[in-house]
Design a protein around this ligand. Structure first.
Ligand code: HEC
Ligand code: HEC
Length: 246
């Protein structure tokens, strides 16, 4: 494999097998030099990583969003969709999310306090300033919702909307009472949940539910909310959020 191909593979970090990460580590000093050489501009890195379709959407020059150290925006888009629109395979929508929420999530992945094998591998290579740059970039994007291969049924969407707007007695609080009207989010504490792919919402709610089983959640926390949801409520609300533009 050529050095450039290996560099690209390491940058994408799709594979986190021990052998690949060993090869990536071995390559580290060389990567630094390559990054230095490649790092003079987003145009250069987009050229190298070959996402010409988006190149014209990104501003370069003074507002250049490329990082010179960590993975490029094109790397993120490989999983998170064009301009961070989100992907049916479960990578969340980053576009329009609160930038501090995104940056905090990245630092948790790096510290290992939020578990996600692909994101921990990606975040390892990011400096604080890379995290800020990437978060600011995605927070200010407004791509349309990605098209779903099988749109959810109207009945499921309607039930999810009801739950999001008014909750369900006696236990389930309205999602939008914390996440703001339309699920647009409220500051760095209450993330935007509108437009999230079904697979992400379902996985994240399951993760909160699993956490609730290991220790009693604080009342009013997302862990406590998730613990009050049934599987069919999760599917309803995930369907509704996936078709709700933020
Ligand atoms: C190999 C696929 C992959 C790549 C590449 C990738 N991500 Fe992710 N990312 C994911 C997945 C999957 C999740 C969901 C993790 C979870 O919650 O379990 C995620 C979650 C996140 C989150 C948390 C968002 C939230 O709302 O909770 C942020 C922030 C993030 N990624 C940023 C990035 C950035 C920035 C890049 C590029 C430097 C990137 N990701 C590259 C797959 C990827
Ligand atoms: C009492 C306030 C509150 C209510 C009600 C609430 N949430 Fe949350 N939610 C939060 C907080 C706080 C977080 C951030 C937790 C974190 O990052 O660890 C969160 C995070 C999330 C996330 C992860 C978002 C991301 O990008 O990582 C999802 C998905 C979510 N909530 C869905 C829901 C749904 C669906 C409902 C309604 C059934 C709901 N929430 C109701 C407070 C709330």
């Amino acid at each position: 494999m050529s050095t450039i191909a290996l560099f690209r593979e390491c940058s994408e970090l799709i594979s986190s097998s021990p052998i690949d990460s060993f090869r990536c580590r071995t390559l580290s000093p060389l990567r630094r030099i390559l990054r230095f050489v490649l790092g003079f501009g987003l145009a250069a890195s987009l050229g190298t990583f070959g996402v010409p379709g988006h190149a014209q959407n990104l501003s370069i020059g003074n507002q250049q969003p490329a990082t010179t150290h960590g993975p490029s925006i094109a790397t993120c888009e490989g999983c998170h969709g064009a301009l961070g629109a989100g992907s049916e395979t479960g990578a969340p929508r980053l576009a329009g999310q609160n930038p501090d929420y995104l940056a905090h999530a990245l630092s948790m992945f790096k510290a290992g306090t939020r578990i996600s094998p692909p994101m921990q591998a990606v975040a390892q290579n990011l400096s604080e300033s890379d995290m800020r740059t990437l978060s600011a970039f995605f927070a200010s994007q407004h791509p349309p919702l990605p098209a779903a291969s099988t749109p959810p049924s109207p009945a499921l969407v309607a039930a999810g909307r009801q739950l999001a707007e008014t909750g369900s007695s006696p236990n389930v609080l309205a999602c939008f009472s914390c996440h703001a009207a339309g699920g647009k989010g409220n500051g760095a504490r209450f993330p935007s949940i509108a437009g999230e792919p079904v697979a992400f919402t379902v996985a994240r709610l399951h993760e909160f539910q699993a956490r609730a089983k290991t220790s009693t959640p604080k009342p009013g926390s997302m862990t406590a909310v998730a613990a009050s949801l049934t599987q069919s409520q999760i599917e309803q609300v995930a369907a509704y959020l996936s078709v709700t533009a933020p």
